[in-house]
Design a protein around this ligand. Structure first.
Ligand code: 3H9
Length: 689
């Protein structure tokens, strides 16, 4: 796991623990042994720690957290590195994250390749750095800058790391050779620069700035236990000596590992990666080549999808039926790029390059050269059928034909072509150029190489593709529909829109369902219910009055003078009472907990049905979809993980009660949920082939 080569007085210890050199027990032990041997070897004057692969070190092994620890611990190994009588230099060839950066900071020198990314992302896992990171980083770059970096968890580039003082230099040529040279220089000079001994960056001004930032961070997210802990650990480093402060960090870290929030975030980390593996789709499935793309439709979705291709370096043709729509769509895209360049998130050169990759045309025949065609036309089966039957005679053989439908039957769409094996759904989320989630809809006849290519393409587009099966609304919207229905019912039974929204934001969503409906436009759901059926008596009554939400200044709430946040409207509350009376529904008040149960349990129930029907391969796929496409609070781990924490028996019993109270049999627990509840089981405990 650690290769050791001694040459010219330098021992180069190369870590080799693919895929990301995570510092699991075996690697820690191997590194510790190699270090001990190098220190003992009289021919060795200096030591270099390098790593194989694209990633230097991806951090501690997250999978080991919460399990019995095998020695040596990471802090112990880093203490020995730090205390080495021979200088140690880290050669950071790729990402140095979490424990990886902590290891590098325990060395006496650090050099990085230009492509290296450097950071402490622990906060995103609900924890804080636990191997000296909260102490060494502030000593290198100041408590204020270090706190800011650890608070976002975002890595910085090698260049930035050098300008901040985290690494000593960025090396363009042979990284390990440069690390050797520097290690020998330190040996010659007889100095062992240690981050722990530094105090020059701990100035009174920097301390003051750190305290202001910490106060603000804690105020912004008072429930985030790890933000509080981070502030305490950094502060300990300002008030106590290094060893005492490290002990504070260690205690905070240990407590956080047991925190349900961190458990949920770690679960979500692995669920997201697991989603890339599709049962029954071998790793070595052949892929088709994707060099060019076409997008049908220049609306908001079509434009956003075209941007995804252009951003990934894939030339794309946007196709419309008439000039006006095309020009409007392209203008919108150019406007978005201009905005990004103005904000500085892309350079002007990148903006021009990306816009240059988007061409446009009138008429489907212009899709004939494309390796993949994504249809993002109007959500209407007739329209989609017509497009796909035409594409069948236009697209080149082997081209992948994808539909961006949010609800419709992809099997029926595929059946319009003589090549259903080439057809699948790519359900992007709005705004498509921003949202990471893509539901990849595998239709009955979709060929394995088409699915594998689409999943690879998703990654190339910097997306998070999750494979789902065909059903109305796939995974995300199908479950959302349950929540919407439950929300309407709650209104009739006596909860008011602001009470429901407050319960949902209190649960951790950024927005409640009614504020969200007002933002999206009530006309959308209203029209779709007209087309597809379904009833939402309150929302429909509002839409019938032209109350379409924010854009008309009135919806579930009032938005006077273009306000972005709604205020309560007595008229709406009276309307709800009237509709409830018409439906003969008795009204009462609801607590926030009752509201959450009423809204979320039916979603969990639908999730269970989705699993039974194999529309999603595993609970983690459903959770990944909800966290990344619907703003489910990641620290609650997604609806299925959350359901396990609530207890499936509690949920099943409540659903039976809801069914009895509302007379809605569809609320009865699904057979899978019923079975797991009776067995005392959990979704996490399900075994999949
Ligand atoms: C920490 O360091 C705590 C310390 O402060 C204190 C300790 C005492 N552990 O993402 P990918 C797996 S906390 C275990 O697809 P990429 C991953 O599951 C840690 N496994 O690759 C996947 O497995 P599989 C702080 C890990 O190239 C495979 O590696 N560090 C870890 O797109 C490939 O992963 C972080 O939070 C890990 N640390 O991106 C960084 N990392 O193939 C977390 C990865 O079986 N990691 N795996 O599904 C990342 O951000 C990305 O993985 C990375 C590579 C950028 C490194």
């Amino acid at each position: 796991m650690v290769r050791q080569e001694v040459d010219g007085g330098v021992a180069v210890l190369t870590l080799a623990n693919p895929p990301v050199n995570a510092l699991g027990a075996a690697l820690r032990a191997a590194l510790d042994d190699a270090l001990t041997a190098a220190i003992a070897d009289e021919s060795v004057r200096a030591i270099v720690v390098a790593a194989e692969g694209k990633v230097f070190i991806g951090g501690a092994d997250i999978g080991e957290f919460g399990k019995p620890q095998h020695p040596p611990s990471l802090p112990d190994v880093l203490d020995r590195l730090d205390a080495s009588p021979k200088p140690v230099v880290a050669a950071i060839g790729g990402a140095a994250l979490g424990g990886g950066l902590e290891l590098a900071m325990a060395c006496h020198g650090r050099v990085a390749a230009p492509s290296a990314k450097i950071g402490l992302p622990e906060i995103k896992l609900g924890i804080i750095p636990g191997a000296g990171g909260t102490q060494r980083l502030p000593r290198l770059i100041g408590p204020d800058v270090a706190f800011a970096m650890m608070l976002t968890g975002e890595p910085v580039s090698a260049e930035k790391a050098a300008s901040l003082g985290i690494v000593d230099a960025v090396v363009l040529g042979d990284l390990v050779a440069e690390a050797r040279t520097r290690a020998l220089e330190l040996a010659d000079a007889g100095t062992l620069p240690r981050a722990r001994d530094r105090s020059d960056a701990l100035t009174p001004e920097a301390r003051e700035r750190f305290e202001a930032q910490a106060a603000e961070a804690v105020k912004r997210d008072p429930e985030a236990t790890n933000v509080h802990a981070l502030a305490r650990a950094v502060r300990a480093g300002l008030e106590q000596d290094f060893d005492a402060a490290v002990a504070v960090e260690r205690a905070e870290f240990r407590a956080l590992v047991e925190d349900p929030r961190s458990k949920a975030l770690r679960y979500a980390f692995f669920a997201e990666r697991e989603a890339a593996r599709v049962p029954g789709l071998p790793k070595d499935t052949p892929r088709r080549t994707i060099k060019t793309a076409a997008v049908i439709g220049a609306g908001t979705m079509g434009g956003g999808i075209a941007m995804c291709f252009a951003n990934a370096g894939i030339p794309v043709t946007v196709i419309e039926t008439e000039e006006g729509a095309l020009a409007r769509g392209l203008d919108r895209v150019k406007g978005l790029y201009a905005g990004s360049a103005k904000r500085g998130s892309i350079t002007e050169a990148h903006r021009d390059e990306r816009i240059g990759r988007i061409s446009s045309a009138i008429g489907l025949e212009h899709a004939k050269e494309a390796d993949i065609i994504v249809e993002a036309a109007f959500e209407d089966m007739g329209v989609k059928r017509e497009i796909f039957s035409k594409l069948d005679s236009i697209a080149k053989p082997g081209a992948i034909l994808a539909t961006n439908t949010s609800y419709l039957d992809v099997n029926a769409i595929a059946a319009m072509t003589g090549r259903p094996q080439d057809v699948l759904g790519l359900h992007f989320f709005s705004p498509a150029n921003v949202m990471r989630l893509v539901e990849v809809v595998r239709a009955e006849k979709t060929a394995p190489d088409v699915l594998a290519t689409a999943l690879d393409l998703g990654k190339r587009l910097n997306k998070l593709p999750v494979t789902v099966g065909v059903c109305f609304g796939f995974v995300g919207n199908r479950m959302l529909e349950r929540r919407s229905r439950a929300g309407e019912r709650l209104l009739l039974e006596g909860a008011l829109p602001h009470e429901v929204d407050a319960a949902v934001t209190g649960f951790g969503f950024r927005m409640g369902p009614f504020a969200m409906a007002d933002l999206a436009g009530l006309d959308i759901g209203w029209r779709s219910r007209k087309d597809f059926g379904g009833r939402a008596p309150v929302a429909d009554s509002l839409a019938e009055q032209g109350r379409f939400g924010q854009k008309t200044g009135r919806g579930f709430y009032l938005y006077p003078d273009g306000a972005r946040t709604g205020t309560r409207d007595p008229e709406v509350e009276a309307l709800i009472a009237r509709v409830a009376a018409e439906h003969g529904v008795a009204r009462r008040s609801f607590t926030a907990d009752e509201i959450v149960a009423r809204l979320m349990y039916p979603m969990v129930n639908e999730g269970a049905r989705i699993l039974e029907e194999r529309i999603a391969a595993r609970p983690g796929d459903i959770d990944t979809i909800w966290i990344n496409g619907y703003n489910w609070p990641a620290w609650r781990g997604g609806p299925m993980h959350w359901a396990d924490t609530v207890g499936l028996r509690t949920i099943a019993e409540a659903l039976s009660r809801f069914a009895a109270e509302t007379g809605d049999d569809s609320q009865e627990p699904a057979p899978l949920l019923k079975r797991l509840a009776a067995e005392g089981g959990s979704f996490a405990g399900l075994k999949y082939a």
